[in-house]
Design a protein around this ligand. Structure first.
Ligand SMILES: [Fe+2]
Length: 408
């Protein structure tokens, strides 16, 4: 039987460890587990009982421990080297024997006492390109044998693996930090955007003393209706914004015309009827994420029989969003007190929608709208709808109405 060659045995063992180390570092496990296993593998390869890995923070110019074994009280400790020492070690990626005679030891002297506390014998700086990433240190071999040139070569290779692992982790942390910053910035901008839209809606509604919160309700009805129609979330968001802004053209109409309780003159009607086009002209100059908003605004007073305004469009010529908005706009007008009449009950309003299906309103949209309102109220989803309709709603009556409501 052939006798085993201890040198070959050790070489094979180390080769195997290097393979495992590479595998560990590339594994999808969390960083702490990876770096801990990597340190244990390095220590195991040299029979060391104590080891530590530091990470270097180039902004604060400090080393701080990320993992250690066999060493107490290292948590929270930070080490600092001079800029000159850092510059020297960036170009020196070989292991440094703290009991040796390398001239590089002079750069290390400010932190030597700290390393001596845990019996450090070897230190190797972890470098990627020209960037200092961290440092690894282990103590004497458990067997008492010295470190050989072969050990130094092996430790150099292992340190390169560790350097890339730490470097990748730093890049990931930076990326996550940037992502969080950008997300916060986006949220702030988004909030500012919605605040502006809500201010416009409040300005529009303030012109008409009888239709307080009308734009908010139209917006809520539109969202509920779009959700019931199976729209995607981003499109629902679009019609929600359109609902808030659909009457923006009224900002250009004299307040006395909007609030007049007696019949309007031909001129006054012309002024009032101009608001969808004025709104379209205002909104088409704004770059919305939803391109359909200006057209929804322009056509929210069209009727499916072609007798609406301003473009006298018929049926499917009217954009779907505008057909939806036309219906909920009329529904909210019916269920709101006006200077010349009290608000209608929910059932009366639904009957009114029913009577004007295929003339003013799209029948399918009307049917879906009643289902959507019923659901919103039962599931307490939309506060503005629920509060507004609370006294008017009778779910049994709605169910009866739905039973006999036409569908195309
Ligand atoms: Fe309008």
């Amino acid at each position: 039987m052939m006798e085993k060659d201890p040198t070959v045995e050790r070489f094979l063992f180390n080769l195997n460890t290097l393979g495992e180390l590479g595998e560990e570092i590339c594994s999808p496990k969390d960083f702490n587990s990876v770096i801990k296993s990597a340190l244990y593998m390095v220590m195991g390869s040299f029979f060391a009982s104590k080891g530590i890995i530091f990470k270097y923070d180039p902004l604060q110019k400090i080393f701080f421990p990320v993992v250690s074994k066999g060493i107490d009280n290292m948590a929270g400790i930070t080490l600092r080297l001079s800029d000159e020492a850092i510059g020297a070690f960036v170009g020196y990626n070989k292991p440094l024997d703290l009991k040796g005679s390398s001239p590089m030891l002079s750069y290390f002297s400010p932190v030597r006492t700290e390393f001596a506390k845990f019996g450090a014998r070897i230190v190797v700086f972890l470098i990627v390109g020209n960037e200092l990433i961290g440092a690894l240190s282990i103590n004497d071999k458990f067997s008492g044998e010295g470190y050989t040139d072969y050990d130094f070569q092996l430790l150099s290779i292992m340190s390169q693996h560790l350097s890339y692992s730490l470097h990748n982790h730093s890049l990931l942390v930076k990326l996550m930090h940037k992502y969080t910053e950008n997300k916060e910035l986006y949220e702030n901008l988004r909030q500012a955007y919605y605040n502006t839209i809500h201010s416009f809606a409040a300005a529009i509604d303030a012109k008409d003393s009888y239709t307080k919160d009308h734009s908010h309700r139209v917006s809520a009805y539109c969202s509920a209706l779009a959700r019931e129609m199976g729209w995607a979330e981003e499109d629902i968001e679009g019609i929600r914004v359109a609902g808030l802004l659909h009457d923006i053209g009224k900002l250009a109409v004299d307040k006395t015309i909007i609030n007049k309780s007696s019949p309007l003159t031909k001129f006054e009607l012309g002024e009032l009827y101009s608001h969808p086009v004025v709104g379209y002209e205002i909104l088409s100059k704004i770059k919305f994420p939803w391109e359909s908003i200006p057209m929804m605004t322009r056509n929210h007073h069209e009727k499916v029989d072609g007798n609406g305004y301003p473009d006298k469009l018929k049926k499917s010529e009217i954009p779907i969003g505008a057909r939806m908005m036309s219906l909920v706009d009329a529904f909210d007008a019916m269920t709101t007190n006006r200077p010349y009449r009290s608000r209608r009950s929910f059932a009366e309003a639904i009957n009114e929608l029913k009577n004007h299906c295929n003339e003013q309103f799209d029948t399918d949209i009307a049917h879906t709208f009643i289902t959507a309102v019923r659901k919103e109220v039962l599931e307490l989803n939309s506060p503005s709808i629920i509060l507004h309709l609370h006294e008017l709603l009778d779910i049994t009556a709605i169910d009866k109405l739905l039973e006999h409501f036409p569908k195309t």
